[in-house]
Design a protein around this ligand. Structure first.
Ligand code: NAI
Ligand code: MG
Length: 363
């Protein structure tokens, strides 16, 4: 039997509450298919750990995580610890050390989820964002000169390497080719006259290797407008770290809200573990009340199933979420329901079980 070793960093606030439900789902799928199993190891890292130890994770944390097949992360961040510390000392440390240079964020409006646009059809909102996740505008390169003085200067540099730019664009082309969908590149070459001119040039070059993939390029400002006015133009989308960060929040709003938005941080070479997480944060305002929506965390668990090659189960988890949204009986308050976090997880596990048994899905 195959055994997948998962490192769980549930983190702060609602992190542990939503991750519990994702683990229920993964365990249920594994229980119904005798060919594989999950083995979860919990790490107590995050802001609570920081309060006691003045650090977000163990000094050899990266070394400890290396041996796992994947990382399942809730959220980190809590009042009392500056956000740039919780982000850079844990989340970004993992993304960078493990070369998780691909961030996959589905922007798909599931059946039963609220359609926020009056002029669009549900099927029109079905995008897959491939965001550069290792360099670009979030490279952390820069300086703060003459700090606090009258003539102080700050420099925040973007870094676009040929290797980094080419590999993310190529990854997106591979997905578009595999799925038989178009690929849209989003950049801003008119204003960013080095980095984005380069990005566009690399996109052109790589596209020559994929004559079967239909391509489009938009400036980021136009893309933001078109995502609202004509979302069906976007199928697979590739863009830089900053633009992807902003546009996928817009995407989350288009596709049912923050309670449904998931993201995978992938190291495609599988040299290091990849990391799966809901996009939302630790939501300190509702933490500990069992009212957080676990569906984003569960969607990211379905991305993990895809990543391990169990796409039929990944799809089935999404179908179960659609059923849950359509029946409307088990929803958390953010979706106008009255159910608790674990009620939603329990119902979903039941739906998964009956779908697997009725469809006879196997790996
Ligand atoms: P947030 O995503 O935690 O919350 C924003 C709003 O959405 C809040 O009103 C919250 O109650 C609501 N919300 C979020 N997730 C929800 C869920 N699953 N169900 C129901 N409602 C939900 O973003 P915010 O408030 O800006 O950040 C809070 C903390 O989380 C900060 O310390 C921030 O740095 C951290 N953060 C961590 C992230 C990560 O670990 N990947 C990502 C974003 C923020
Ligand atoms: Mg973001």
């Amino acid at each position: 039997m195959k055994k997948f070793k998962i490192a769980v960093i549930a983190g702060d606030g609602i992190g542990p509450e939503v991750i519990n439900e994702g683990i229920k789902v993964l365990n249920k799928v594994a229980e119904l298919d005798s060919s594989f199993q999950f083995d979860f190891t919990y790490f107590p890292w995050g802001c609570g750990f920081y309060a006691k130890n003045r650090k977000m994770m163990d000094d050899d944390g990266i070394e400890q995580l290396k041996e796992f097949d994947a990382i399942y992360l809730g959220a980190v961040g809590f009042p009392g610890v500056p956000d740039h510390i919780s982000l850079w000392d844990l989340l970004l440390k993992i993304r960078k050390n493990f070369e998780q240079y691909v961030n996959i964020r589905p922007v798909k409006l599931l059946k039963g989820a609220h359609l926020p646009l009056v002029d669009a059809k549900r099927e029109d909102i079905d995008m897959l964002f491939i965001r550069e996740n290792s360099e670009g505008e979030y490279s952390g390169a820069g300086d703060w000169l003459f700090k606090g003085r009258e003539h102080e200067v700050v420099l925040q540099n973007s870094v676009f390497s040929r290797k980094g730019t080419e590999r993310i664009i190529r990854y997106a082309f591979e997905i578009a080719k595999k799925e038989g969908r178009s690929l849209t590149s989003i950049s801003k070459a008119n204003a960013l006259n080095y980095s984005m001119v380069f990005w566009d040039q690399v996109f052109e070059e790589v596209s020559l290797d994929y004559p079967e993939v239909k391509t489009t390029s938009y400036l980021v400002d136009a893309a933001a407008m078109l995502m609202i006015k004509d979302p069906k133009r976007f199928e697979v989308v590739v863009t830089s770290n900053l633009f992807g960060d902003i546009l996928t929040d817009l995407g989350a709003a288009l596709a049912g809200g923050i309670g449904l938005a998931a993201g995978a941080n992938i190291n495609p070479e599988r040299e290091f573990p990849s990391m799966f997480e809901p996009i939302h944060g630790s939501a300190p305002d509702i933490a500990g009340q069992q009212i957080a929506n676990p569906l984003a965390a569960i969607w990211s668990a379905s991305q993990m199933l895809d990543f391990f090659g169990y796409e039929s189960y990944g799809k089935l988890v999404l179908e179960s979420i659609e059923k849950l949204l359509e029946e409307k009986a088990f929803l958390t308050p953010d979706m106008n329901g009255t159910s608790s976090t674990s009620d939603v997880g329990n119902r979903l596990v039941d739906l998964i079980k009956s779908l697997i048994l009725s469809q006879n899905v196997t790996s």
